[in-house]
Ligand binder design. Structure first.
Ligand code: ADP
Ligand code: 5GP
Length: 194
């Protein structure tokens, strides 16, 4: 069995419902000079959105090549999220952890729970929203998703919110600056400071 927990680096998993603000929080926390961590780039089968670049937001794969890589054991975790496949490439994460670095994963709740099984030393942070109404408002304001997609994301959010108790930390994203400060504090407390 792979023993990820003996690697000296720290794995930090940030998840929560789509639209809760995960990517915004992670991006802003990584810009803080006191934080020393890198973000893992996931693979996905979803279509590239305008403004996205191969290898920056994601590695965009066909379903066939995703399944091949998954079956070869190339992902630390993978899950079907809102009708597409997503996975964390294991190799780069393992190398960074072996070098003692902090690695952040911004992944869905199913993936986070899989990471918990495989890497018991990982720190799981759940991004909370003030209400489902606020979540819906943020998904609409983002203007990246169709009505059908928003409806599906809100349905999934109910199950995701029920899993929050399994996480190490709850991070309320009400006021953005405060939430970034809270995330930075967690990172520093878990050894991801400079
Ligand atoms: P996720 O990565 O969890 O899907 P995003 O980071 O894309 O969520 O955030 C969803 C939308 O909500 C974005 O338009 C973002 O700018 C906005 N947002 C994030 N945090 C807040 C906040 N604290 N207050 C209001 N809007 C926010
Ligand atoms: P989006 O398509 O909006 O970028 O992301 C949709 C969802 O997939 C988000 O909840 C995001 O956190 C999740 N996600 C992104 N990468 C991964 C991954 O590697 N694994 C898992 N399990 N979920 C991911």
């Amino acid at each position: 069995m792979d023993d990820w927990s003996i690697l000296p680096g720290r794995l930090i998993v940030v998840s929560g419902p789509s639209g809760s603000g995960k990517s915004t929080l992670v991006r802003l926390a990584l810009e803080r000079p006191e934080v020393r961590a890198r973000l893992s780039v996931s693979a996905t089968t979803r279509a590239m959105r305008p403004g996205e670049h191969e290898g920056r937001e994601y590695y965009f794969l066909s379903r066939e090549s995703f399944e091949t890589q998954r079956d070869l054991g190339h992902f630390l975790e993978s899950a079907e999220v809102h009708g597409n496949f997503y996975g964390t490439p294991a190799g780069p994460v393992r190398s960074a952890l072996a070098e003692g670095q902090c690695v952040m994963l911004e992944i869905d709740v199913q993936g986070a729970l899989l990471v918990r099984e495989k890497v018991p030393s990982a720190v799981l942070i759940f991004v909370q929203v003030p209400s489902l109404e606020e979540l819906e408002a943020r998904l609409r304001a983002r203007k990246t998703d169709s009505e059908a997609t928003i409806a599906r994301r809100l349905t999934n959010a109910r199950w995701e919110l029920d899993q929050a108790g399994l996480y190490d930390h709850q991070l309320m994203n009400r006021e953005l600056d405060q939430a970034v400060d809270d995330l930075v504090s967690h990172l520093i407390r878990h050894g991801c400071g400079g």
